[in-house]
Ligand binder design. Structure first.
Ligand code: HEC
Ligand code: HEC
Length: 270
């Protein structure tokens, strides 16, 4: 029995390696996943969300101001991928695989805590971004409050409600004070710094568009211009082009608090 089971595991492992190294699995975003892969991913995702959302307490969501606030966040951050009543998703979303589905019926299938968890954390390998680093707690819940309302809105109701909503953009997370290197590591990932830099502790592309940030604590200067102090590092991270107007490094909209966290992490690299 045990030998048979062992052999089966070995065979499955060998088949997996064969698929991986031969390149036979079609990763084209024009072709769909095969039906078993699609189902496996879907079931795995649903159960992972259910499990992680189980302990989350849902605040009251029927406040009208909260729903309106949520519409602002939804209209600015979600419509380009998921579309809205009478509104098509943008071209980048049409080419995604799996396709971001309309959220018009999502609130019927998912509990509010699950919607909150997905919006906050995103879904790996699916193109669903995490919003935790771009939205405050209140605005995450406001978005959920709006998703609960969405199934009841036609095109006209959506437009009318949108007309009553303030222009003020969705809030970034509130500042926290004590800089924390662990939070900094997550923030470096969530602002996509490893799209240009090699950063110890982050698995990412082998890219050298910006200098590798290894042993950052031992550097005397930041980008060759600023003495390497906490204050200067925060300044560079939040406004690189105010220091070097033609630097390739863009202003990534990093909040002051997140920049302090990132700096604490970079300063720990020696
Ligand atoms: C860059 C595109 C993109 C943006 C922007 C985006 N999503 Fe998604 N979203 C996806 C994709 C892709 C999936 C996964 C689809 C799947 O597996 O069914 C997804 C899945 C979801 C799901 C799970 C429900 C389901 O039916 O799969 C929810 C809920 C969700 N998104 C909410 C949001 C909210 C709220 C926003 C705005 C704050 C948002 N999304 C912004 C791409 C996006
Ligand atoms: C589009 C590519 C790009 C992205 C994205 C990017 N950087 Fe940079 N970064 C650069 C380049 C290029 C330089 C070199 C600038 C120079 O020397 O003028 C640089 C320099 C730096 C430096 C100074 C390095 C040194 O050796 O002195 C730090 C620190 C840094 N970046 C941090 C970050 C952080 C944190 C993020 C994410 C918030 C980030 N970068 C995102 C391109 C990028």
């Amino acid at each position: 029995m045990a030998a048979g089971a062992g052999l089966l595991v070995l065979l499955a492992g060998a088949a997996g390696l064969l698929v991986m190294y031969s390149g036979v699995y079609d990763i084209s975003a024009i072709e769909q996943h095969t039906a078993p892969v699609y189902r496996a991913l879907e079931i795995g995702m649903r159960n992972a969300v259910r499990r992680r959302a189980a302990g989350i307490e849902t605040p009251p969501l029927d406040d009208e101001a909260l729903v309106r606030r949520g519409l602002r966040c939804f209209h600015d951050n979600c419509v380009q991928c998921h579309g809205g009543p009478g509104i098509a998703p943008a071209d980048i979303a049409k080419g995604l695989q799996p396709v971001p589905s309309s959220l018009a019926q999502t609130a019927r299938d998912w509990r509010p805590a699950e919607l909150y968890w997905v919006t906050r954390n995103g879904i790996k390998m699916a193109g669903m971004p995490a919003w935790a680093y771009r939205m405050s707690e209140r605005d995450l819940w406001a978005t959920v409050a709006f998703l609960e309302r969405l199934p009841h809105l036609g095109v006209r109701e959506y437009r009318e409600l949108l007309d009553t909503v303030a222009e003020e953009a969705c809030m970034q997370p509130e500042g926290e004070h004590e800089a924390d290197p662990r939070r900094g590591l997550a923030a470096l990932r969530q602002y996509a710094c490893h799209g240009c830099h090699r950063i110890p502790g982050i698995r990412g592309p082998d890219v050298y568009v910006g200098p590798p940030l290894e042993r950052f604590a031992e550097r005397a200067y930041i980008a060759g211009v600023l003495p390497n102090t906490r204050e200067n590092l925060v300044r560079w991270i939040t406004k690189p082009q105010s220091v070097s107007p033609l630097t390739l490094m863009p202003d990534l909209g990093v909040t002051e608090a997140h920049a302090h966290d990132m700096a604490a992490y970079l300063e720990s690299l020696r």
